[in-house]
Design a protein around this ligand. Sequence first.
Ligand code: ADE
Length: 353
Amino acid sequence: MAKREKAASAAGARFDGLPDALLDWYGRHARTLPWRIGPGERGRGVVPDPYRVWLAEIMLQQTTVPHAAGYFEAFTRTWPTVEALASAEDGDVMAAWAGLGYYARARNLLKCAREVAARGSWPRTEAGLRELPGIGPYTAGAVAALAFNQRAAAVDGNVDRVFARILAAKGEWKDEKRRIADLVGELVPEDRPGEFAEALMDLGATICTPKRPNCLICPLRAWCAAHAEGEPERYPMKPAKKAKPVRFGEVYIVRGASGVAVETRPSQGLLGGMLGLPTTEWREDGKAGRLDWIEGAQEIGEVKHVFTHFELRLRVLTVESEGALPDGYELRDSGSVADALPSVFRKALKLAS
Ligand code: ADE
């Protein structure tokens, strides 16, 4: 029996042939992505660059492929190797990350690059990768499989969706997630774990999409209980998301002769280490008050932004700056600084332009 079939038989005869069908489909339909090598290339001895694989995984944790692609190109142009990234200035990396969100990722990205550069090589196993900053179970599995072709599973929300449909999973979502992780782990073929992970990513992104999955052309249709039931979009059956609390505050566009006032935010906390516009506290009770060093500001509107744990509504005010700015603030050209600001501040600046 081939290794692949053995893996599938451990998961039960019900999944016989599934990994092969998926890999055959991948051989014909793999997406071309800047951090990947082509299908079949691993078999011909081509090895992906672990730096590029890892960088893409970190960027793609909360970001779509089209949004991440431009950032990936810019990062790898500026810092083509992990050693180059390790030697970068913190502020330059944070500015290059601006707009990708979840800024703790960028801080961990640098820590991780510096640790790998100091070690002189990447750990090749899931367990070794887990010890690096910013690498959780998903990323460790993905990098082990994609970069080092280790028999590891990369189960993210997309893979959960694909297998919730295959299993027509109706139980408690946290139990079903465990069942899915176990099943995917068993199905990973010993000889092509990297391509298996990439194939699942591509299937989730192009066929088994959240809305209107294209079952007619799905290579896994024969194994899919949700397709047999006739309503695959019903899955995954996750508990309803709790409404996010709303926080309120004010943000100021303080204009001086050479641009707008910005600060580098404290390294700990929200948007830590990023450039930011002057802003009050952000509070649920709406009692953030004003920034006391700013006088005579005019309200021009509101911006909204959704963070992981709350929604933010910021009143935007503009004012001409007279005299010196308080310590910690500097004027920066409003056109060029926009790219280095997190999205919430970019929105405020845009409103004022
Ligand atoms: N989603 C998460 N990681 C990915 C990758 N390496 N390629 C495409 N989509 C992904």
